[in-house]
Design a binder for this molecule. Structure first.
Ligand code: NAP
Ligand code: F7E
Length: 330
């Protein structure tokens, strides 16, 4: 790093799972980190409480382009990571327009702000394996055709293509990371992995009796969020912008996740899991498994945490959280 000109990164979605890991990672590389946070009646800084004196917070919203322009003008970042989104697939069926405004058009607002303020800023777009949806080939790679199965997937596909379009139209260094599911103890409780690990801990402590889930046969390529944020950074260090699939190359069912998570505390998931139609989706993504060859070859990126270790980490963290031993996410 050049001491006179430190690298400066702006992260949208810094209060989310990935934002908190990316902020930690960039701080470890001596970046100045600016986090764009939307206004709400209660601050939700739980995931970045331990970083609050190390990052600059700027007010802004992906729904409001002027706030994005002002944030860029004020802080003059070299890199922008767009992690903000309405990111829960189930909610996107109930709030498809809001999902489109944030997760799709929000990307255009931010790209436009970059084009207007400083087109030399390097840009990362958080694209998603949900764009593959009803998969056209197995495993999925950068050249696999897309077929999204939810308003979220459709919105992410727009975000992906507008990133490619601004790259081609305005020569922006804009990369799209097509990330497969990545999880951690900081994952929101509504996502299936954290719902399961939190329930396992609560059942073990006698605070919950059963766990109601939807489709146990859905298959996902699950990795650890802490590993995946490194790939985001690597993409912006390349000479040329591009699209990259980031994944483990393994797939497991929700049932298998349950089996291992309950077994971690010597329980049998069949004694506790109840299938509930309320958690099924109008259209499901049955099978996701990525091909990480390009990320391996071009970025020298490899995941470090295995599926089994990820589950053990999450169950253990939820146990400590419920026992009051885990005070912060640091
Ligand atoms: P997350 O935990 O749901 O975080 C989403 C973030 O977006 C939060 O900080 C949220 O702020 C912010 N946000 C939402 N609407 C906003 C708006 N209108 N303006 C500004 N900020 C807004 O998501 P994540 O798991 O960290 O994922 C990060 C990104 O990667 C998302 O774009 C997601 O769609 C994408 N992605 C995730 C995965 C995965 O497996 N985790 C895989 C592929 C792609 P509040 O705290 O105020 O709600
Ligand atoms: O569902 C099934 C559900 O909500 C995974 C987001 O980060 O990854 C995430 O999207 C699977 C689905 O994640 C329940 O039907 C069964 O098949 O944890 P999820 P997701 O939809 O894969 C992608 C890559 C993103 O980009 C998204 O932002 O699990 N499932 N029973 C359930 N899912 C939930 N949430 N709750 C259940 O009770």
């Amino acid at each position: 790093m050049n001491q006179l000109h430190p690298q400066r990164a702006l992260i949208t979605g810094i209060t989310g799972q990935d934002g908190s890991y990316l902020a930690e990672f960039l701080l470890s590389k001596d970046y100045e980190v600016i986090g764009l946070v939307r206004r709400s009646s209660m601050v939700s800084f739980e995931r970045i409480a331990h970083l609050q004196d190390k990052v600059h917070i700027v007010s802004g919203d992906l729904l409001d382009e002027a706030s994005l322009i002002e944030a860029l003008q004020k802080h003059q970042p070299n890199e922008v990571y767009n992690l903000a989104a309405q990111s829960f697939v189930q909610t996107s069926f109930g709030q498809p327009v809001l999902t489109g405004e944030t997760t799709a058009l929000g990307v255009t607002r931010l790209l436009d702000a970059i084009r207007i303020v400083d087109p030399t800023i390097r840009f990362y777009q958080a694209s998603s394996s949900e764009m593959f949806g009803k998969v056209q080939e197995v495993p999925q790679s950068e050249s696999t055709p897309f077929h999204p199965r939810s308003p979220y997937g459709v919105a992410k596909l727009y975000g992906h293509w507008i990133t490619v379009n601004y790259r081609e139209s305005y020569n922006l260094h804009a990369s799209s990371g097509i990330l497969f599911n990545h999880e951690s103890p900081r994952r929101g409780l509504e996502f299936v992995t954290r719902k399961i690990t939190h329930a396992v801990a609560a059942i073990h402590l006698g605070r919950q009796h059963d766990l109601r889930l939807g489709n146990l046969d859905a298959m996902r390529d699950w990795g650890f969020a802490g590993d995946y944020v490194k790939a985001m950074w690597l993409m912006l260090q390349q000479d040329k912008p591009d699209n990259y699939v980031v994944c483990t190359g393994e797939t497991h069912s929700v049932r298998e996740f349950c089996e291992l998570a309950f077994a971690h505390l010597n329980m049998d998931y069949k004694d506790y899991v109840v299938v509930d139609k309320a958690f099924f989706r109008p259209a499901e993504v049955d099978l996701l498994v990525g091909d990480p060859s390009k990320a391996h070859k071009s970025l020298s990126w490899y995941r470090e945490v295995s599926f089994k270790d990820l589950i053990a980490m999450m169950v253990q963290a939820d146990l400590e959280l419920l026992q009051g031993k885990l005070k912060s996410f640091s």
